[in-house]
Design a protein around this ligand. Structure first.
Ligand SMILES: *[C@@H]1O[C@H](CO)[C@@H](O)[C@H](O)[C@H]1NC(C)=O
Ligand SMILES: *[C@@H]1O[C@H](CO)[C@@H](O)[C@H](O)[C@H]1NC(C)=O
Ligand SMILES: *[C@@H]1O[C@H](CO)[C@@H](O)[C@H](O)[C@H]1NC(C)=O
Ligand SMILES: *[C@@H]1O[C@H](CO)[C@@H](O)[C@H](O)[C@H]1NC(C)=O
Ligand SMILES: *[C@@H]1O[C@H](CO)[C@@H](O)[C@H](O)[C@H]1NC(C)=O
Ligand SMILES: *[C@@H]1O[C@H](CO)[C@@H](O)[C@H](O)[C@H]1NC(C)=O
Ligand SMILES: *[C@@H]1O[C@H](CO)[C@@H](O)[C@H](O)[C@H]1NC(C)=O
Length: 377
């Protein structure tokens, strides 16, 4: 049930309170008596509101109480069962059809002369029909610094807490914390699906040069539409090499089942990152039995450094995949943004190809013996 459709007895209470106040104003002589009466009535109303409607959140009274009871866990009233902070922020961020865009950041992605998050926002600013998407973007911050940065930028932010793990620093690739963080992401996204939200998940090292909704299929045909590192020329075969850095997923039983299967492999997949685990599942019979309709996205539109789009007129996103470090990604993505600006200026020129900008830093990042580590591929 949609909480917003819920009609609530409190409005009549508020009206009664308003009436009472009016009475008080009129009868100034008896104000002391009315003071007490008002106070008593207020208490009764308050309790009534509190006890009668544990499912609604529209009410400012309830909201305050809930906050209070969260800070004071000894208070037993369980008003928050149906709508917690995540639910609120999802409702706040999503479009009318319960769809939104989700990106995750940690400290390493919000810091630096030009941070990855800044670049991502630049792309939304410079892209075609992408500016309005910012209102439907939820930034999931895994540490305090990135959360504060997100708030500062005036975005929709959610702080993802994880017990016993420090997600602050740049994570060494495949280190225990890196792996934990990736699985935490999978768990979080499953939670969002379970709450009935469809979403595009995007890494912040994906530049949105055009509005992806223009190329994604928005009806119910596909449960999952996912980026590929290399596109084998056909949207259906499961042999495509997926990349979990950008995908659109609908919330339904099948996709939730997929995430359950995926997450259940967490403790039985040592040495594999979650993307490889998903790739493996897609090739297994269990995947067929889930009955999901998957579309693998063509790198002509949803491109990356592994396989550049060959056409600047078609390109929608550019992902800094096939790259080892944050600094290399930032350097090469800045070149993409420069190239995109030039393309927009000169787009009258039919022969212009938005093409491999060489990705020098990223290519060199593989040569380095010291892998700087990164949040995710
Ligand atoms: C409050 O809600 C939580 C989550 O739904 C539940 O586990 C818990 O038992 C509830 N507590 C009370 C006192 O009803
Ligand atoms: C919801 O959005 C409004 C306006 O954008 C903001 O003032 C409010 O704090 C948001 N609530 C949550 C829980 O994010
Ligand atoms: C949701 O609605 C918005 C307009 O409100 C539309 O642009 C978008 O494509 C829709 N998304 C889906 C998945 O239907
Ligand atoms: C869904 O949309 C695609 C492309 O927009 C169209 O080809 C297809 O027929 C649609 N499917 C349904 C069931 O409406
Ligand atoms: C999804 O699962 C729920 C509960 O298990 C069930 O009531 C519902 O009918 C299912 N929906 C579909 C589309 O299979
Ligand atoms: C772990 O995976 C192996 C093969 O990949 C399988 O044989 C085994 O049953 C799995 N164990 C659990 C606990 O799922
Ligand atoms: C079109 O672009 C190509 C390659 O950048 C350039 O050599 C050519 O002079 C341009 N043509 C015009 C008419 O601007």
């Amino acid at each position: 049930m949609d909480v917003d459709d819920h009609h609530h007895p409190s409005s009549s209470i508020m009206n009664s309170l308003g009436l009472l106040m009016t009475m008080m104003m009129k009868k100034k002589k008896n104000i002391r008596v009315f003071d007490l009466t008002a106070l008593a009535l207020l208490c009764v109303c308050f309790l009534y509101v509190f006890l009668s409607s544990p499912s609604s959140n529209d009410n400012p009274f309830l909201f305050t109480l809930r906050k209070y009871s969260q800070r004071h866990p000894t208070i037993k009233y369980n008003v928050s069962t149906n709508r917690d902070e995540l639910e609120e922020v999802l409702a706040n961020t999503s479009m009318a059809n319960k769809s939104l865009i989700i990106a995750m950041v940690n400290k390493a992605y919000v810091e630096g002369e030009k941070s990855m998050l800044d670049l991502f926002l630049d792309s939304l600013w410079l892209g075609e029909n992408t500016r309005a998407l910012k209102d439907h973007l939820l930034i999931v911050a895994v540490d305090q610094t990135s959360y504060e940065r997100c708030k500062f930028l005036g975005l929709h932010c959610y702080k993802l807490e994880t017990d016993g793990v420090d997600f602050v620093g740049e994570k060494m690739f495949m280190s225990p914390d890196f792996v934990k963080m990736m699985w935490r992401r999978t768990l979080f996204l499953r939670d969002v699906l379970k709450r009935g939200y469809n979403f595009i998940f995007t890494d912040t090292d994906v530049m949105w040069l055009r509005n992806p909704f223009s190329r994604l299929i928005l009806n119910e045909t596909f449960d999952l539409q996912i980026n590929t590192d290399k596109f084998n020329g056909n949207e259906r075969p499961r042999a495509n090499l997926i990349n979990t850095g950008f995908f659109m997923i609908r919330s339904n039983n099948k996709t939730i089942a997929l995430f359950n299967t995926w997450y259940s492999r967490k403790d039985n997949s040592s040495g594999k990152k979650e993307q490889d685990v998903l790739q493996a599942i897609i090739k297994e019979p269990v995947f067929t039995s889930l009955g999901l309709n998957v579309r693998f996205l063509d790198t002509l539109y949803f491109s990356g450094f592994c396989e550049d789009s060959r056409d600047g007129r078609a390109v929608i996103t550019v992902h800094a995949n096939c790259c080892q470090s944050i600094s290399a990604k930032v350097a090469d993505l800045r070149a993409v943004i420069r190239e995109w600006k030039r393309f927009k200026r000169e787009s009258a020129n039919e022969s212009l190809a938005f093409g491999p900008t060489n990705h020098v830093e990223c290519r060199n990042s593989w040569r380095s013996h010291v892998i700087e580590g990164r949040l995710w591929l």
